[in-house]
Design a binder for this molecule. Structure first.
Ligand SMILES: NC(=O)c1ccc[n+]([C@@H]2O[C@H](COP(=O)([O-])OP(=O)(O)OC[C@H]3O[C@@H](n4cnc5c(N)ncnc54)[C@H](OP(=O)(O)O)[C@@H]3O)[C@@H](O)[C@H]2O)c1
Length: 214
C-alpha cells in the first residue's frame, strides 16, 4: 500500500511509520518541518495536515492517509486549533485528492468509563492533559463523526500510552475504555502501532472509533 503519514516524526507517528515499513508498505513521512524521521529510512516531506491543499498534494495517488498529529508538548500550540484544524484539513484534502481511506490517532479522554460518562470528566483525570483531551473529544464528535463520504477510523489509545515492548498481544474495543485485571488502561506505543496498522490493512472499522489496550 502507498501511505502518507502526517506527524511521522512524533512519538506515535514514528512507531506507525516503522510498523508500515516493516510490513513492506511504501511510506511518505509528512510533518510541517519536513524533518527526517529518526532511525528510519523513509522519504520525509513537508506537509501540513491543517492545509487542504497541502494534504491533497501529498495524498494524490496514495491508497491511504494516516494522521498522528497533535499539539507538540511544551510548544504552546492551542490543542483545539491543532486538532480541529488537522481534522478539517485532512478531510477536505482527501476529498480533493479522491482518496477515501483515513486512519487517525485520537485521544482516550472521550472513551466511556460508564454509560454516558467520559474518562476526561472523571475526578482523577490529570489536569495537564485536560485541554488536549477535550479538544480530541470535540474533534471526534464535531468533525470525524460528521464525515460520511470518507472511510475514516479514529483510533484511541488506552488511558496511558508510552514507550514499551512490542508484544503483539492486546485487545481492540470500541467507545468504552478498556482496562486490565488491575483496573489499569495502558498500551505500549509499538503495540498501538501494530493495532492501527492492522486496521489500515483489514478495513474493519469504517466511520467509527476503536481503542487499543492490554
Ligand atoms: N492517552 C491519550 O489520549 C494520548 C496519549 C498520547 C498521545 N495522544 C495523541 O496522539 C497524537 C500523537 O501524539 P505524539 O505524542 O506522538 O505527538 P508528538 O510527539 O508531539 O508529535 C506530533 C507530530 O505531529 C506533527 N504535526 C503537528 N501538527 C502537524 C500538522 N498540522 N501537519 C503535519 N504534522 C504535524 C509534528 O511535527 P511538526 O511539528 O514538525 O509538524 C510531530 O511529528 C496526538 O494527537 C496526541 O494528543 C493521545
Amino acid at each position: 500500500m502507498k501511505v502518507v503519514v502526517f506527524g511521522a516524526s512524533g512519538a506515535i507517528g514514528r512507531a506507525i511509520t516503522a510498523e508500515l515499513l516493516v510490513r513492506g508498505h511504501t511510506v511518505t513521512a509528512a510533518t510541517r518541518t519536513g524533518a527526517p524521521v529518526e532511525g528510519l529510512v523513509v522519504q520525509a516531506v513537508t506537509g501540513d495536515a491543517s492545509d487542504p491543499a497541502s494534504v491533497a498534494r501529498l495524498a494524490a495517488g496514495q491508497d491511504a492517509v494516516v494522521s498522528a498529529t497533535g499539539p507538540r508538548r511544551g510548544s504552546g500550540e492551542d490543542p483545539e486549533e491543532s486538532l480541529l484544524g488537522a481534522a478539517r484539513g485532512l478531510a477536505e484534502g482527501l476529498r480533493r485528492a479522491g482518496v477515501r481511506r483515513l486512519v487517525v490517532v485520537g485521544g482516550s479522554g472521550s472513551l466511556e468509563v460508564a454509560p454516558g460518562q467520559r474518562l476526561v470528566d472523571s475526578p482523577g483525570f490529570p489536569p495537564a492533559w485536560k485541554a488536549t483531551a477535550l479538544a480530541h473529544a470535540r474533534t471526534l464528535d464535531e468533525v470525524y463523526r460528521a464525515i460520511d463520504d470518507l472511510d475514516w477510523t479514529y483510533v484511541s489509545p488506552a488511558g496511558v500510552i508510552g514507550p514499551g515492548e512490542r508484544t503483539g498481544e492486546f485487545r481492540v474495543g470500541g467507545d468504552q475504555l478498556l482496562v486490565d485485571d488491575a483496573g489499569e488502561s495502558r498500551i505500549s506505543i509499538p503495540d498501538f502501532a501494530i493495532a492501527l496498522t492492522d486496521e489500515l490493512e483489514d478495513n474493519e472499522a469504517f466511520r467509527r472509533r476503536i481503542t487499543v489496550a492490554y
